[in-house]
Design a protein around this ligand. Structure first.
Ligand code: DOR
Length: 429
């Protein structure tokens, strides 16, 4: 038994924002109350002055296993998740081989069970090998528990394949997650197209490269009556398309990353390859549209798109480096900064990191109502840290936030009643 006492419970799905005690037993939430007595033998965690939230869910990470273990493993990626306050992660299929079959999904599930510090939900590929030509075994993967499919990183170029994928996904009740990028428009761009790219002499990726695909996929999802989730939305125009689609009842949701909310293309001016990410960091006008879209509920979820790469891969000139940055261990303080600046209220922030991703993918958790899984995160809103590469538990050190003072870190991560991180120490080792 475990009693979390005196914290500010923020559970948007239950409509609670109040100081509460929470009793956990046998992997479940047992009771919530204003003053709960400590039962005989219960361990007590004093959460006074801290925020207590449902275990955070990151619906978009890259764990790189199997095949790309030099970048990350399920063991290291889930430890980074635990440090970041995440109790569940959904991992993208751009592994090697691509997670596009029942056998591969089961392999990822088995490794996760053996090595994982938090819950792992594999996302299956939309097409075989994410080659965009032939549908993957969506039905078989759904049988194995896959809740979403995506060719993340490799957008489905052929509209007919996307249409078919949406039809199948509907049949098997899975969500299609679309990395929206029209490749002839994106070309070999390496950053956002605009005055900054011109000034830095780097090739740009226009906002339209994303927006054209968002429009296409919304039209296809609407026609199929299927569930579409737009990954890492990054432009004002994409947001307007989603807002209009939602208004007319299309089953579409979307996510935004902490880096697209916190940084603009100005961050690229030092040519640090840790700022090279796809979709690219956009101009401040897009950033402010994203903040607004999150605050008004058009954006459902916050997801990190945690994309670890090796130091060697990133230690090259900007144009040659792979896209991606690590996000699991900095997401919470970056979002807490928006909360402190009153750009986002805490209920929306927590919903976007827990109940909304649970709802979009149909995952367990997302609330601490009695009977729910004992997946819980405690955040110290006042804890300030300057992260160094060696502090990151991810193998990937490609974070643009290293050396920056960040405030508001998770101090307890509990998965199914087991403490996996406490006071910034991992207990899952
Ligand atoms: O920056 C990115 N990195 N964007 C993607 O879509 C893929 C990801 C990766 O796998 O490295």
């Amino acid at each position: 038994m475990f009693l979390v006492k005196g914290g500010m419970l923020v559970d948007p799905a239950a409509g609670i924002k109040a100081v509460r005690d929470i009793l956990l037993q046998d992997g479940k939430v047992v009771e919530i109350g204003e003053h709960l007595e400590r039962p005989e033998g219960a361990e007590v965690y004093d959460a006074t002055g801290k925020l207590v939230t449902p275990g955070l869910i990151d619906m978009h990470v890259h764990l790189r296993e199997p095949g790309l273990e030099a970048k990350e493993t399920i063991a290291s990626g889930t430890r980074a998740a635990a440090m970041g306050g995440f109790t569940s992660v959904c991992c993208m299929p751009n592994t090697n081989p691509v997670t596009d079959s029942l056998a591969l999904v089961e392999a990822v599930q088995a490794i996760s069970k053996r090595d994982g510090a938090v819950r792992v939900f594999p996302i299956g590929a939309i097409t075989k090998g994410s080659q965009g030509q032939e549908l993957a075994e969506i039905g078989d993967m759904a049988q194995a528990g896959v809740r979403a499919v995506s060719d993340d990183g490799k957008p489905v170029a052929r509209a007919e394949i996307m249409r078919l994928a949406l039809e199948y996904a509907k049949m098997f009740e899975v969500t299609v997650v679309s990395h929206c990028e029209e490749q002839s428009l994106a070309g070999d761009g390496v950053m956002h197209y605009g005055p900054m790219s011109a000034m830095l002499g780097l090739k740009g990726i226009p906002a339209a490269a994303e927006e054209v695909m968002v429009a296409r996929d919304i039209i296809l999802a609407e026609a199929a009556g299927a569930k579409l989730h737009i990954a890492h939305i990054s432009t004002r125009g994409s947001l307007e398309l989603v807002r209009a689609a939602k208004a007319r009842g299309v089953n579409v949701s979307c996510e935004v990353t902490p880096h697209h909310l916190s940084l603009s293309d100005e961050a690229v001016s030092g040519y640090s390859t840790s700022t090279k990410v796809n979709p690219p960091l956009r101009s401040w006008d897009h950033v402010s549209a994203l903040r607004q879209g999150l605050a008004d509920g058009t954006i459902d979820c916050i997801a990190t798109d945690h994309a670890p790469h090796t130091i060697e891969e990133k230690a090259v000139e900007f144009g040659a480096a792979p896209f991606g940055l690590v996000g699991l261990e900095t997401a919470v303080p970056l979002i807490m900064e928006l909360v402190r600046n009153k750009e986002l209220d805490i209920e929306r922030a927590v919903a976007a990191l827990s109940s909304n991703p649970a709802r979009v993918f149909g995952l367990p958790g997302g609330t601490l109502q009695p009977g729910s899984p004992a997946d819980l995160t405690v955040i110290d809103p006042d804890l300030e840290l300057v992260l160094k590469p060696e502090d990151l538990r991810s193998q990937g050190k490609n974070s643009p936030f290293l050396g920056t003072e960040l405030k508001g870190f998770p101090v307890l991560t509990m998965v199914e009643g087991q403490v996996v991180m406490r006071e910034r120490n991992l207990l899952a080792d």
